[in-house]
Design a protein around this ligand. Structure first.
Ligand code: NAD
Length: 368
């Protein structure tokens, strides 16, 4: 009954009918923000997350508590539990699945490669199976990644650029996911939309990502390791959330007029979109902004990027998402990092006036 209540849309402010979304990875960074935004505009939302220990389970619990306080139930469970997925999808008339649960991070694959296969390949199949088998198939919108562009030298990256040179197992599993999505769309006529996110950052973010880890190290007075020349198309969470909602709102729309099985009819779409910021920034400049906001200098060590997962640069062309659902990133890195730091000092109860002096202890390089 909790699930049913949470899944039921209230009226939208604009008077339109609400949608009902099962959000996997809802206790994650992007999942929590999307769930809150959907609920705030009156859509039904139920979350699913396994609260794994890849990073701070307590941060995931804190996000889930925030969701609960806004009327979003988050079920503790794994996407590889097909029976649970089927039960959830049958418990309420879900119109959409926003599938964000995954094993993220490029460097962690050096330690636990199978986690990427389990969540990003087998887990995606499990979600698509459950959706495809429902009599009223929900449209699936899921997170791919800008990492599929791999060692691309043509920029900005457009969706039709080559994606056959992944630089990490993470990227390879996201690329595999796009092939799997194609098969499910082809066989079952399932509507599927893949979103290639570009380095998403902001409040309630992921502690394993560079901007977050750097902020912690700067506050702790610990050294940070930067990759020389690395550039990222840092994209603020609110922009990404608007993109996800736009993709959900247009996901069910048929591409129309196609010929399938000899009969002319609307064809369930398979779509891929970049959701980026369109203006890559040197990671060293990102650190400079953090230094200014935190009021102290970082103890920087600049090294050559190792070839163990990271790519030298990312840069999104977002004209396809702009055309189809009006996607337009509007947050500068300065403004976005200011919002992040405000949340960060509040969440960790940091008194910026009292932060420690720099030391010479070693710290780990983090994923960008
Ligand atoms: P996140 O790690 O914060 O969120 C993922 C959530 O999924 C976590 O809460 C985790 O506990 C959950 N999860 C993982 N495996 C699961 C499983 N098997 N069953 C149930 N729950 C599981 O990551 P995020 O930054 O919010 O990313 C969301 C999605 O976007 C992921 O698919 C990620 O690969 C993709 N993505 C993120 C970025 C980024 O910069 N944040 C960039 C590109 C792609």
């Amino acid at each position: 009954s909790d699930v049913l209540r949470s899944a039921t849309p209230t009226r939208r402010r604009d008077g339109g009918a609400g949608i009902s979304v099962l959000v996997t990875g809802a206790a994650g960074f992007v999942g929590a923000h999307c769930s809150l935004a959907l609920r705030a505009r009156g859509d039904g939302v139920v979350g699913l997350d396994n609260f794994n220990a890849y990073y701070s389970p307590s941060l995931k619990r804190a996000r889930a508590s925030l969701l609960a306080s806004r009327g979003v139930a988050v079920i503790d469970g794994d996407i590889n539990d097909g029976a649970l997925l089927s039960r959830l999808l049958d418990a309420a008339p879900f119109t959409h699945v926003l599938h964000l649960a995954a094993q993220a991070g490029v460097r962690h694959a050096l330690r636990d490669p199978q986690a990427y296969v389990a969540s990003n390949v087998a887990g995606l199949v499990s979600v698509l199976e459950a959706a495809a088998r429902r009599p009223h198939q929900p449209a699936v919108v899921w997170a791919s990644s800008s990492s599929v562009y791999g060692l691309n030298d043509k920029s900005p990256f457009s969706e039709d650029h080559r994606t056959d040179r992944p630089a990490s197992l993470y990227a390879a599993t996201k690329k595999a996911g796009e092939a799997i999505a194609h098969a499910y769309n082809h066989i079952y006529g399932l509507s599927i939309t893949g979103l290639r996110f570009f380095t998403v950052y902001g409040p309630w973010g992921r502690p394993d990502m560079a901007y977050f880890a750097f902020a912690r190290s700067i506050v702790a007075g610990e050294p940070i390791t930067l990759f020389r020349g690395a550039r990222r198309d840092f994209t603020y969470i609110d922009d990404v959330v608007r993109g996800c909602l736009g993709a959900l709102d247009t996901a069910g729309e048929s591409t129309g007029g196609g010929v399938r099985g000899g009969k002319k009819r609307g064809v369930a779409p398979l779509r891929i979109y970049n959701l980026g910021n369109t203006s890559p920034v040197d990671v060293a400049r990102m650190v400079g902004i953090l230094e200014k906001l935190l009021g102290r200098k970082a103890n920087k060590r600049v090294v050559t990027m190792p070839s163990n997962g990271d790519v030298p640069f990312t840069h999104a062309n977002v004209s396809r998402a702009a055309r189809d659902f009006g996607y337009r990133p509007t947050t500068s890195l300065d403004a976005g990092l200011r919002h992040f730091v405000e949340w960060f000092v509040d969440y960790y109860k940091i008194d910026l006036a009292k932060i420690a002096k720099p030391t010479k202890r070693k710290s780990m390089a983090m994923s960008t």
